[in-house]
Design a protein around this ligand. Structure first.
Ligand SMILES: N[C@@H](CCC(=O)N[C@@H](CS)C(=O)NCC(=O)O)C(=O)O
Length: 216
Protein backbone atom coordinates (compact mmCIF):
# COMPACT_ATOMS: atom_id res chain seq x y z
CA UNK A 1 0.00 0.00 0.00
CA UNK A 2 1.45 3.34 -0.99
CA UNK A 3 -0.18 5.70 1.53
CA UNK A 4 1.52 5.46 4.93
CA UNK A 5 1.73 7.67 8.01
CA UNK A 6 4.37 6.89 10.60
CA UNK A 7 4.46 8.40 14.10
CA UNK A 8 4.82 7.45 17.74
CA UNK A 9 1.94 5.50 19.28
CA UNK A 10 0.44 8.62 20.91
CA UNK A 11 -1.90 11.41 19.71
CA UNK A 12 0.42 14.46 20.07
CA UNK A 13 1.26 15.64 16.51
CA UNK A 14 0.14 12.47 14.75
CA UNK A 15 -3.57 12.50 15.34
CA UNK A 16 -4.55 15.30 12.94
CA UNK A 17 -3.16 13.56 9.84
CA UNK A 18 -4.70 10.33 11.16
CA UNK A 19 -8.11 12.04 11.41
CA UNK A 20 -7.77 13.35 7.84
CA UNK A 21 -6.84 9.89 6.57
CA UNK A 22 -9.73 8.26 8.46
CA UNK A 23 -12.09 10.91 7.09
CA UNK A 24 -10.94 10.26 3.52
CA UNK A 25 -12.08 6.63 3.57
CA UNK A 26 -8.94 5.66 1.63
CA UNK A 27 -6.78 2.69 2.56
CA UNK A 28 -3.68 3.76 4.47
CA UNK A 29 -1.11 2.24 6.78
CA UNK A 30 -1.11 3.54 10.37
CA UNK A 31 2.51 2.80 11.28
CA UNK A 32 2.80 3.44 15.03
CA UNK A 33 6.04 3.18 16.98
CA UNK A 34 6.02 2.39 20.71
CA UNK A 35 8.68 3.38 23.22
CA UNK A 36 10.54 0.15 22.40
CA UNK A 37 10.84 1.23 18.75
CA UNK A 38 13.22 4.11 19.42
CA UNK A 39 16.08 2.01 18.03
CA UNK A 40 14.07 1.16 14.93
CA UNK A 41 13.51 4.87 14.25
CA UNK A 42 17.20 5.68 14.80
CA UNK A 43 18.13 2.90 12.34
CA UNK A 44 15.56 3.96 9.71
CA UNK A 45 15.59 7.73 10.06
CA UNK A 46 18.12 8.49 7.32
CA UNK A 47 17.30 5.55 5.05
CA UNK A 48 13.72 6.39 4.04
CA UNK A 49 14.46 9.07 1.45
CA UNK A 50 12.98 11.82 3.66
CA UNK A 51 14.51 15.21 2.80
CA UNK A 52 14.05 16.48 6.36
CA UNK A 53 13.84 13.25 8.39
CA UNK A 54 11.38 13.55 11.29
CA UNK A 55 8.19 12.18 12.79
CA UNK A 56 5.43 12.25 11.75
CA UNK A 57 6.22 11.39 8.14
CA UNK A 58 3.82 10.61 5.32
CA UNK A 59 4.64 8.57 2.23
CA UNK A 60 2.18 8.76 -0.67
CA UNK A 61 3.79 7.00 -3.63
CA UNK A 62 6.76 9.13 -4.59
CA UNK A 63 5.68 12.04 -2.38
CA UNK A 64 7.39 12.07 1.02
CA UNK A 65 6.38 14.70 3.55
CA UNK A 66 7.60 15.63 7.03
CA UNK A 67 6.81 18.65 9.25
CA UNK A 68 3.35 18.00 10.66
CA UNK A 69 1.70 21.15 9.26
CA UNK A 70 3.07 20.35 5.78
CA UNK A 71 1.66 16.81 6.13
CA UNK A 72 -1.72 18.22 7.21
CA UNK A 73 -1.79 20.78 4.39
CA UNK A 74 -0.84 18.09 1.85
CA UNK A 75 -3.66 15.81 3.00
CA UNK A 76 -6.05 18.78 3.08
CA UNK A 77 -5.31 19.46 -0.61
CA UNK A 78 -5.44 15.77 -1.50
CA UNK A 79 -8.89 15.31 0.07
CA UNK A 80 -10.41 18.67 -0.99
CA UNK A 81 -10.40 20.05 2.56
CA UNK A 82 -8.97 23.46 1.71
CA UNK A 83 -10.49 26.92 1.23
CA UNK A 84 -11.33 28.04 -2.32
CA UNK A 85 -9.95 31.20 -3.95
CA UNK A 86 -11.47 33.75 -1.61
CA UNK A 87 -8.54 35.59 -0.05
CA UNK A 88 -10.43 36.31 3.19
CA UNK A 89 -11.18 32.60 3.63
CA UNK A 90 -7.55 31.66 2.94
CA UNK A 91 -6.26 34.23 5.42
CA UNK A 92 -8.74 33.10 8.08
CA UNK A 93 -7.68 29.45 7.65
CA UNK A 94 -3.97 30.23 7.70
CA UNK A 95 -4.25 32.47 10.77
CA UNK A 96 -6.25 29.85 12.67
CA UNK A 97 -3.86 27.13 11.51
CA UNK A 98 -1.00 28.97 13.21
CA UNK A 99 -3.10 29.87 16.26
CA UNK A 100 -3.75 26.14 16.66
CA UNK A 101 0.00 25.48 16.44
CA UNK A 102 0.60 28.10 19.17
CA UNK A 103 -2.06 26.54 21.40
CA UNK A 104 -0.48 23.14 20.93
CA UNK A 105 3.09 24.39 21.61
CA UNK A 106 2.13 26.02 24.91
CA UNK A 107 0.19 22.90 25.97
CA UNK A 108 3.03 20.55 25.05
CA UNK A 109 5.59 22.72 26.86
CA UNK A 110 3.56 22.52 30.07
CA UNK A 111 2.77 18.81 29.76
CA UNK A 112 6.38 17.79 29.24
CA UNK A 113 7.63 19.92 32.16
CA UNK A 114 7.64 17.29 34.88
CA UNK A 115 9.21 19.54 37.52
CA UNK A 116 7.32 22.76 36.81
CA UNK A 117 3.93 21.31 35.83
CA UNK A 118 1.88 21.97 39.00
CA UNK A 119 3.36 25.41 39.60
CA UNK A 120 2.94 26.58 35.98
CA UNK A 121 -0.48 25.05 35.30
CA UNK A 122 -2.68 27.87 36.76
CA UNK A 123 -0.93 30.61 34.71
CA UNK A 124 -1.04 28.39 31.62
CA UNK A 125 -4.80 27.83 32.02
CA UNK A 126 -5.46 31.59 32.46
CA UNK A 127 -3.51 32.47 29.34
CA UNK A 128 -5.03 29.59 27.34
CA UNK A 129 -8.57 30.62 28.29
CA UNK A 130 -7.92 34.23 27.18
CA UNK A 131 -6.58 33.01 23.82
CA UNK A 132 -9.58 30.74 23.33
CA UNK A 133 -11.96 33.63 24.10
CA UNK A 134 -10.50 35.73 21.28
CA UNK A 135 -10.39 32.77 18.89
CA UNK A 136 -13.97 31.89 19.77
CA UNK A 137 -15.20 35.32 18.62
CA UNK A 138 -13.22 35.07 15.38
CA UNK A 139 -14.64 31.64 14.57
CA UNK A 140 -18.22 32.80 15.04
CA UNK A 141 -21.30 30.62 14.53
CA UNK A 142 -19.57 28.08 12.28
CA UNK A 143 -20.05 25.29 12.85
CA UNK A 144 -16.68 25.20 11.08
CA UNK A 145 -14.07 27.91 10.56
CA UNK A 146 -15.55 28.63 7.10
CA UNK A 147 -19.17 28.07 8.12
CA UNK A 148 -20.55 24.93 6.49
CA UNK A 149 -17.33 24.23 4.51
CA UNK A 150 -15.07 21.74 6.29
CA UNK A 151 -11.30 22.31 5.98
CA UNK A 152 -8.11 20.82 7.40
CA UNK A 153 -8.00 23.68 9.90
CA UNK A 154 -11.13 22.34 11.61
CA UNK A 155 -9.29 19.05 12.17
CA UNK A 156 -6.34 20.96 13.64
CA UNK A 157 -8.51 22.95 16.03
CA UNK A 158 -10.47 19.86 16.94
CA UNK A 159 -7.47 17.79 17.88
CA UNK A 160 -5.40 20.40 19.68
CA UNK A 161 -8.33 21.89 21.64
CA UNK A 162 -9.70 18.46 22.52
CA UNK A 163 -6.25 17.54 23.87
CA UNK A 164 -6.37 20.63 26.12
CA UNK A 165 -10.00 19.82 27.04
CA UNK A 166 -8.78 16.53 28.53
CA UNK A 167 -6.82 18.56 31.05
CA UNK A 168 -9.42 21.23 31.74
CA UNK A 169 -12.92 20.63 30.34
CA UNK A 170 -14.38 23.46 32.42
CA UNK A 171 -11.96 26.15 31.13
CA UNK A 172 -12.25 25.01 27.49
CA UNK A 173 -16.03 24.79 27.92
CA UNK A 174 -16.34 28.58 28.17
CA UNK A 175 -15.59 28.87 24.42
CA UNK A 176 -19.02 28.03 22.99
CA UNK A 177 -18.29 28.45 19.30
CA UNK A 178 -15.21 26.26 19.59
CA UNK A 179 -17.32 23.77 21.54
CA UNK A 180 -19.79 23.69 18.63
CA UNK A 181 -16.93 23.03 16.21
CA UNK A 182 -15.63 20.18 18.37
CA UNK A 183 -19.12 18.64 18.49
CA UNK A 184 -19.49 19.00 14.71
CA UNK A 185 -16.23 17.13 14.12
CA UNK A 186 -17.24 14.42 16.58
CA UNK A 187 -20.53 14.07 14.67
CA UNK A 188 -18.89 13.48 11.26
CA UNK A 189 -20.17 10.11 10.03
CA UNK A 190 -16.73 9.25 8.60
CA UNK A 191 -15.18 9.42 12.09
CA UNK A 192 -17.81 7.49 14.06
CA UNK A 193 -15.94 4.18 13.91
CA UNK A 194 -12.89 5.88 15.31
CA UNK A 195 -14.61 7.86 18.09
CA UNK A 196 -16.39 4.69 19.21
CA UNK A 197 -13.21 2.59 19.13
CA UNK A 198 -10.92 1.39 21.91
CA UNK A 199 -8.07 3.17 20.15
CA UNK A 200 -9.77 6.53 20.75
CA UNK A 201 -10.52 5.77 24.40
CA UNK A 202 -7.15 4.34 25.31
CA UNK A 203 -4.45 6.22 23.39
CA UNK A 204 -2.53 8.81 25.39
CA UNK A 205 -1.81 12.30 24.12
CA UNK A 206 1.79 12.20 25.32
CA UNK A 207 4.28 9.44 26.14
CA UNK A 208 4.57 8.06 29.70
CA UNK A 209 7.44 10.37 30.66
CA UNK A 210 5.15 13.45 30.40
CA UNK A 211 3.69 15.22 33.45
CA UNK A 212 0.28 15.02 31.74
CA UNK A 213 -0.22 12.08 29.39
CA UNK A 214 -3.95 12.50 28.82
CA UNK A 215 -4.85 9.20 30.51
CA UNK A 216 -4.95 10.64 34.03
N1 LIG B 1 8.16 20.74 13.74
C1 LIG B 1 8.11 19.29 13.63
C2 LIG B 1 8.46 18.70 14.98
C3 LIG B 1 8.53 17.18 14.88
C4 LIG B 1 8.97 16.53 16.18
O1 LIG B 1 9.42 17.19 17.15
N2 LIG B 1 8.84 15.20 16.19
C5 LIG B 1 9.18 14.44 17.36
C6 LIG B 1 7.92 13.78 17.92
S1 LIG B 1 6.70 14.96 18.34
C7 LIG B 1 10.14 13.31 17.04
O2 LIG B 1 10.20 12.34 17.79
N3 LIG B 1 10.91 13.44 15.98
C8 LIG B 1 11.85 12.40 15.59
C9 LIG B 1 13.26 12.89 15.52
O3 LIG B 1 13.52 14.07 15.83
O4 LIG B 1 14.13 12.08 15.20
C10 LIG B 1 6.69 18.88 13.18
O5 LIG B 1 5.74 19.65 13.39
O6 LIG B 1 6.56 17.82 12.58
Amino acid sequence: MSLKLCYWDVRAMGEIPRHLLRYSGQDWVDDRMGMADFGRWQAEKFTLGLDLPNLPYLIDGDIKVTQSVAVIRYLGRKFGLVPGDDEKDIVKCEMIEQEAVDLRSAFQKLCLDKEGFEEKKPAYLDSMEKKLEILDKYIGDGPFVLGEKLTYVDFMLYEFVSQIRKMSPERVGTAVNIGRLLNAIEALPQLQDHFNSELYKTKPIHPPFAAFTGLE
